[in-house]
Design a protein around this ligand. Structure first.
Ligand code: IPM
Ligand code: MG
Length: 366
């Protein structure tokens, strides 16, 4: 019997409610697929700070280590905003998890179904068929983790801080490889984003990427774009891209821009893949919705569970090799939305439903 062993980290805000619906759905899928599903639910983020005084307790890390992959909800909220920045749930839970599990590749599909085009802030004429692109972000290098990183007081009394952008060729080629493999399953077009007119790291990035594709993936059409231009192009004509990829901070910003043009954060899933393989021989990874904890709607039963559910589908695909099961879930979400069952964030000319009704509609399409 196939075994799916997940660490389930609901976190804060809408995290726990959309996670419990996702767990229900995964239980159904496992039953129908004849897989044994074991889920270990753990505290993370503000919930863990309240209960154990730390955003990422050792027991949570332990459960993650023992799993095939992590299904993550969302962390943070007004309650913890007064903590020092380094102790806040987002920074104290997510960044250490990325570092601990070497989660170097963040994959965010930017998918806007044609029937949800009115949800996008872009004019419908620009995206008549919706949007279908993938943003790949390097996640463990660059300014987030580069050393030195510090704040000192200078002799004249003023303060000075440093963050360092560092990349080595091996870090660039391994993310380029993820972009290439993603493109092979799509339209074989990749755009690498950098700031090679100014930054040393970007000159190395562009050079390394160019050589890597020429040597290993000559069949893929590679282009390069400066990040400021890419931000503009994404807002004007997103479908000119297919797979785009970049270093950590550029990817952080561009992936949020992509999220907003795709209408609702409630629909967008993400995968953060590590270098290490799990016991099934697939990449270990962390899977989370793009949207965050949305404290304003938490506890009201109205949050859109699709992003969390679709993150579960990505986990099945990437960390468990269950392509068929992943596609079943994605198709069910799409059909439910197409037929007009929609939470408030994506309801146009239809009466919005609550989170549980959304789940019921998706389950009915499975
Ligand atoms: C993201 C988030 C995080 C990041 C924050 C919460 C640390 O914005 O996953 O995109 O900057 O990477
Ligand atoms: Mg971000």
């Amino acid at each position: 019997m196939r075994e799916w062993k997940l660490a389930v980290l609901p976190g804060d805000g809408i995290g726990p409610e959309v996670m419990s619906l996702t767990v229900e759905l995964l239980e159904q899928v496992a039953r129908e697929e004849g897989a044994r599903l074991e889920m270990n639910e753990c505290l993370v983020g503000g919930a863990a700070i309240d209960a154990e005084g730390t955003a990422l307790p050792a027991s949570t890390l332990e459960a993650c280590r023992a799993s095939d992959g992590i299904l993550f909800g969302s962390v943070g909220g007004p309650k913890w905003e007064s903590l020092p920045p380094k102790e806040q749930p987002e920074r104290a839970a997510l960044l250490p998890l990325r570092k601990e599990f070497h989660l170097f590749a963040n994959i965010r599909p930017g998918l806007l179904y044609p029937e949800l085009v009115p949800a996008s802030p872009l004019k419908s004429e620009r995206i008549p068929e919706g949007i279908d692109i993938v943003c790949i972000r390097e996640l463990t290098g660059g300014l987030y983790f580069g050393q030195p990183k510090d704040t000192v007081t200078l002799e004249n009394g003023e303060k000075q801080s440093r963050d360092t952008m560092v990349y080595r060729t091996s870090e660039i080629t391994r993310i380029a490889e993820v972009a290439a493999k993603t493109a092979l399953g799509r339209s074989r077009r990749v755009c690498s984003i950098d700031k090679a007119n100014v930054l040393e790291t970007s000159v190395l990035w562009r050079d390394t990427v160019t050589r890597f594709f020429a040597e290993h993936y000559p069949e893929i059409e590679l282009s390069h774009m400066l990040v400021d231009n890419a931000a503009m192009q994404l807002a004007g004509n997103p479908n000119q891209f297919d797979v785009l990829f970049s270093e950590n901070l550029f990817g952080d910003i561009l992936s949020d821009e992509m999220a907003v043009i795709c209408g609702s954060l409630g629909m967008l899933a993400s995968a953060s893949l590590g270098e290490d393989q799990n016991r099934h021989g697939h990449p270990f990874g962390l899977y989370e919705p793009a949207g965050g904890s949305a404290p304003d709607i938490a506890g009201k039963g109205v949050a859109n569970p699709c992003a969390q559910i679709l993150s579960g589908a990505l986990l099945l695909r990437h960390s468990l090799g269950e392509e068929a099961a992943a596609t079943r879930i994605e198709t069910a979400v799409r059909r439910a939305v197409e037929k007009g069952t929609r939470t408030g964030d994506i309801a146009f000319e239809v009466e919005p439903v609550g989170s549980s009704a959304m789940l019921a509609a998706i389950r009915a399409e499975l």
